[in-house]
Design a protein. Structure first.
Length: 174
C-alpha cells in the first residue's frame, strides 16, 4: 500500500500537469486555427471587394461606350449609308453588352436591370432615329437625328443606370 501511495504521489501531479499542458496547447491551436480562418476570410473579402469595384467600373464604361455621343465618334466611317451605320451601332451595343455580361454577378439585380433597360432603350432610339431619316440617307444624317432624339429625352436611361451603379458602388465606402 505504501508503494502505491508513493507511485500516486509522483503520477498524480504529472497527470494533472499533462492534462493542463494538453488543455493549454489545445486552446492555443484552436485559437490559431480560428485566427488563420479569419485572416483567410478577410483576404477573400478584400479580393472580392476589388473584383466588385472593377465590375462597377466596367459597367460604367459599358454605359458610357453605348451612349450615342461615344458610339458615333467611335464607329463613324466615311461613305456609310444610314442603314449600314444603324447596323453597326446596334451591333456595337450588343457586342459591348455581351462582353460585359459576367459583370451582373457582382452588381445588384436592380442595377443590372437598369443596365439592360439602358441597352434596350439605346437600340430602340437608334432604330427610331433610323426610321425618321429617308431611305437614301447617309450615316451623318442618322447620327444627327440620333443625337437630336437623345438630347430630347426627358429621362435618359443611360444617366439613370450610371447614377444607380455609382450609388451602389458608393455604399462600399460608407
Amino acid at each position: 500500500m505504501l508503494a502505491l501511495l508513493e507511485i500516486l504521489k509522483y503520477i498524480l501531479p504529472a497527470a494533472i500537469m499533462l492534462l493542463a499542458v494538453y488543455l493549454i496547447i489545445h486552446r492555443f491551436l484552436k485559437h490559431e486555427a480560428l485566427k488563420i480562418e479569419n485572416e483567410s476570410r478577410r483576404a477573400m473579402q478584400i479580393e472580392i471587394f476589388q473584383i466588385r469595384i472593377q465590375a462597377y467600373e466596367r459597367i460604367i464604361l459599358l454605359l458610357e461606350r453605348i451612349s450615342p455621343n461615344q458610339l458615333i465618334l467611335r464607329i463613324s466611317q466615311p461613305g456609310l449609308s444610314a442603314l449600314q451605320f444603324q447596323s453597326l451601332l446596334v451591333q456595337n451595343i450588343r457586342d459591348e453588352f455581351d462582353h460585359n455580361l459576367s459583370q451582373q454577378v457582382y452588381i445588384s439585380s436592380a442595377a443590372w436591370e437598369l443596365v439592360r433597360t439602358a441597352r434596350e432603350e439605346m437600340i430602340r432610339l437608334i432604330n427610331s432615329a433610323a426610321g425618321n431619316v429617308h431611305g437614301n440617307a447617309r450615316a451623318h444624317d442618322l447620327a444627327s437625328r440620333l443625337l437630336e432624339l437623345h438630347t430630347s429625352l426627358e429621362n435618359d436611361p443611360l444617366n439613370r443606370a450610371i447614377e444607380a451603379v455609382k450609388e451602389e458602388a458608393r455604399r462600399f465606402f460608407r
